[in-house]
Design a protein around this ligand. Structure first.
Ligand code: TPP
Ligand code: MG
Length: 578
């Protein structure tokens, strides 16, 4: 031993350094190992260095102005890619800001993981008043599909693996992963650390439907006199586009796409019953739901919307508990949409009988009637614009650029655009989803641009835009090909209400004649004020051709909208006379 020359002190230190890893690096390695390419977040204690190191390690870290929008970006990234989108937040307030998105993702079945730094457990649990003290795991639990906390660096690999699997398997949803500040700096042996990482194999295993469930469903569909297929965003999420097209075309059954399922087959497809919605819901006898739930958006499967006669429901869903949630499901088919639809198509064979001709004709006639009724309204050249005139310009944009992604939120701006703008390709329409939540706009637009590389058109009510408007700085900073059109009618639903106070403005109105286009100029983006459909069309075309971040203030008649868009009936009415 004495003969062995002592190594120089600095190289011993270097060796010791090399032999260790820590929480920062293990989380990054675990995410990279599992294919995470982008993190959406807001920096701060204790995750600032984590963000820097992740960026240096080749993960794209997109830094937002508010966590809710980073969370919405992660959620829609999950929807578009079937890989969990990752959102990174600081403790307590940042964590809470992200939770709206996490919860919304869970409600919409989008796979995402909110990774949040948290404060010192020993202090938090004794409620001794730590910096940003909060029992985050307990608070997140009821709002997401699964919630985990990692305390030991050696468990990071397992923690990340569990989060990924929970987010994407079965019915996808939001997952919370709590990483206390101390964990990041915790050092462990580098070899042991490398061995502790887990690559998730088959994260969302196929769930094959039972053959008798498939046979039962086909038997009902075959005997139907007036069949209907409803496609939900679960069907769009599945990326089983070819099988779904085959199911629709082989069956010959009219289909109704829910909002985010529009474009799964083109809205112009001869079997699309989107323009005959009320007729097909009321008059159909057998309804097959594909990745669509019988929630409020489908009037819970009962009541006036669905007509007097008894309906027979077939439901295809990955979640067995979904069956009979609102009405009896005569033929539940439980499994992943791709496997279920493939099994149905195979079961139909080559000799599947077309639905009765009188039903097909009735749906077609109604559809053509409604389309013809709307057509002249889209040609309106009025100024200030009404919604339809402005939408006439935008429906032409999407027709010419079917691969562009349309993000849409608002009340009238949402409901009227949904009907007006035909979609031609799957997963191109992203909107407020199951909750009808305002605030998804800029987060969805940013992630859509980043994840797909396609141009994005974000159509926003002036109120809706306000919820995430500051993220136009993020859009300019990352130079994303996003064109925001604000339907500016001076307020929520309309801009004409006058308050009875005589001093304060009405609660639904905003500053009259506001120029949102000027906001983006502050960050180097292009602002345009458009007062006619023609101006609007030209401005959007220029934006989409240039790929430059653009905000168009589309001046809409303040009197044009209706209260709550198309869902005004959900407003409770006071029993006391006004
Ligand atoms: C988070 C959230 N807060 C509030 C609401 C209620 N709400 C529904 S639509 C809407 C805004 C509608 O106004 P705008 O976006 O300008 O659309 P318009 O009808 O004027 O076209 C609001 C505030 C909501 N849906 N979500
Ligand atoms: Mg408005």
């Amino acid at each position: 031993m004495l003969d062995t020359p002592a190594a120089p002190a600095d190289s011993t230190a270097a060796q010791a350094q090399r032999a260790l890893t820590d929480g920062f690096h293990l989380v990054i390695e675990a995410l990279k190992l599992n294919g995470v390419k982008t993190i959406y977040g807001v920096p701060g204690i204790p995750i600032t260095d984590f963000g820097r190191l992740a960026q240096a390690a080749g993960i794209r870290v997109v830094s937002f102005r508010h966590e809710q929008h980073a969370g919405n970006a992660a959620a829609i990234a999950g929807y578009l890619t079937k890989q969990p989108g990752v959102c990174l937040t600081v403790s307590a307030p940042g964590f809470l800001n992200g939770l709206t998105a996490l919860s919304n993702a869970t409600t919409n079945c989008f796979p995402m993981i909110q990774i949040s730094g948290s404060s010192e457990r020993e202090i938090v649990d004794l409620q001794q008043g730590d910096y940003e003290e909060m029992d985050q795991l307990a608070i997140a639990k009821p709002l997401c599909k699964a919630a985990f906390r990692v305390l030991h660096a050696a468990d990071i690999g397992i923690g990340v693996a569990r989060a990924i699997r929970a987010a994407v398997s079965g019915r996808p949803g939001g997952v919370y992963l709590d990483l206390p500040a101390k964990l990041f700096a915790q050092a462990i042996d580098a070899d042991a650390g490398a061995k502790s990482l887990v690559k998730v194999v088959d994260a969302a295993p196929a769930q094959i439907p039972a053959p008798d469930a498939v046979a039962r469903a086909l038997d009902l569909l075959k005997r139907a006199k007036r069949p209907l297929i409803v496609l939900g965003k679960g069907a769009a999420y599945a990326q089983a586009d070819d099988q779904i097209r085959r199911l629709i075309e082989t069956s010959g059954v009219p289909f109704l796409p829910m909002s985010m399922a529009k474009g799964l087959l083109p809205d112009t497809h001869p079997q699309c019953a989107g323009a005959a919605r009320s007729t097909v819901l009321k008059d159909s006898d057998v309804v097959m739901l594909v990745g669509a739930r019988l929630n409020w958006l489908l009037s819970h499967g009962k009541g006036k919307t669905w007509g007097e006669a008894r309906k027979t429901f077939i439901q295809i869903d990955i979640e067995p508990k979904e069956m009979d949630s609102n009405v009896e499901i005569a033929a539940p088919v439980v499994g992943d949409i791709g496997s279920c639809v493939s099994a149905l198509v195979e079961g139909m064979g080559a000799q599947w009988p077309a639905p009765p001709a009188d039903w097909i004709t009735a749906v077609k006639t109604k559809r053509e009637e409604n389309i013809a009724k709307m057509a002249p309204r889209f040609l309106s050249t009025r100024s200030p614009m009404d919604f339809h005139g402005a939408l006439g310009a935008l429906r032409a944009v999407i027709k010419e650029r079917p691969d562009a992604i349309l993000v849409n939120e608002g009340a009238n701006t949402l409901d009227l655009a949904r009907g007006a703008i035909d979609m031609y390709q799957p997963r191109k329409r992203l909107d407020v989803g199951t909750w009808g939540v305002m605030g998804i706009g800029m987060g969805f637009a940013i992630a859509a641009a980043i994840e797909t590389g396609k141009p994005v058109l974000a159509l926003e009510g002036d109120s809706a835009f306000g919820f995430s408007g500051m993220e136009i700085e993020t859009i300019c900073r990352y130079n994303l090909p996003i064109c925001i059109v604000i339907f500016n009618n001076d307020g929520i639903y309309r801009g004409t209400e006058v308050s009875k106070t005589g001093s304060d403005p009405a609660i639904t109105t905003f500053v009259k004649g506001a120029r949102y286009d000027r906001m983006i100029e502050a960050f180097g983006g292009v602002g345009v004020n458009a007062t006619t459909p023609d101006e609007l069309k030209r401005a959007v075309d220029t934006a989409m051709n240039s790929g430059k971040p653009t905000l168009i203030n589309a001046v809409i008649d303040p009197a044009a909208g209706t209260e709550s868009g198309s869902i005004g009936k959900l407003n409770p009415q006071s029993a006391v006379k006004k």
